[in-house]
Design a protein around this ligand. Structure first.
Ligand SMILES: [Mg+2]
Ligand SMILES: [Zn+2]
Length: 190
C-alpha cells in the first residue's frame, strides 16, 4: 500500500487571531471568550479545503501567575465549543511560561510546531501559520511554513513597529482574509 500523503495544516494563534483580544489583557476566563465575526467563516473554509486546524498559543499569563493552567484549558474548551459547528480544532498547544523562564516552547521557538508536524504527519510546505504578532510570523518561518499576519488586535501595531523586518508572506485584515489567501495560494501552486 502506498504511504499516506502527509497532511496539510493551519497553525493558528489564539488571542488576537481566532478570539478577540484587547492588547495587554490576559484572558483566563472562559465566560469572556468572543470570536471575531469572521472566525467562523474562516474555520469553515479551512475545513472545506481539508486543513487540519491547530491552535498554538503563548500563555505567559500562567507563568506570570495571572491565572492557572486549568483556566487556560477552560478558555480553550470554550473556544472549541464555539467553533465546533464550523470545524473541529484538532488540538491546542500552549506554552505556559513567562518570557524570563527562557523555555524552549514559547513562540517564535519552533518546538510546539515541530511536535505537531511529527505527531500528526503534517507537511510544513503545505501548511501555514496565522497570527497577529511578529513572533507568529517567525514561528512559521522557522517551521518552513507559510506565514500570514492578521491586522486584528496587535497586528497593525506590529506591522508599524517592524516594517520590513516582518517577513510575512501576506498581511490580511483578519482570519477570513488569511483563509482566502491560503486557499488561493494552494490553487496557484498546483
Ligand atoms: Mg496573538
Ligand atoms: Zn514555554
Amino acid at each position: 500500500m502506498p504511504a499516506k500523503a502527509p497532511l496539510k495544516a493551519v497553525l493558528l494563534d489564539r488571542d488576537g487571531t481566532v478570539i478577540k483580544e484587547k492588547p495587554g489583557v490576559y484572558l483566563g476566563d472562559p465566560e469572556k471568550v468572543r470570536l471575531y465575526k469572521n472566525t467562523f467563516a474562516a474555520f469553515k473554509l479551512f475545513k472545506k479545503a481539508g486543513y487540519k486546524i491547530f491552535i498554538v498559543s503563548n500563555q505567559s499569563g500562567i507563568g506570570r501567575g495571572y491565572f492557572s493552567a486549568a483556566d487556560a484549558a477552560a478558555v480553550n474548551a470554550r473556544a472549541a465549543a464555539l467553533l465546533k459547528k464550523a470545524a473541529p480544532v484538532e488540538a491546542f498547544y500552549l506554552c505556559p511560561h513567562a518570557p524570563q523562564e527562557r523555555c524552549r516552547c514559547r513562540k517564535p521557538a519552533p518546538q510546539m510546531g515541530l511536535q505537531i508536524i511529527s505527531k500528526y504527519k503534517i507537511d510544513p510546505r503545505k501548511s501555514f501559520v496565522v497570527g497577529d504578532k511578529k513572533s507568529d510570523i517567525d514561528f512559521g518561518r522557522a517551521l518552513g511554513m507559510g506565514a500570514v499576519l492578521v491586522l486584528t488586535a496587535n497586528g497593525g501595531a506590529q506591522r508599524a513597529k517592524y516594517k520590513q523586518e516582518l517577513r510575512a508572506d501576506k498581511i490580511t485584515r483578519d482570519l477570513l482574509g488569511a483563509a482566502k489567501y491560503i486557499l488561493r495560494s494552494e490553487a496557484s501552486s498546483l
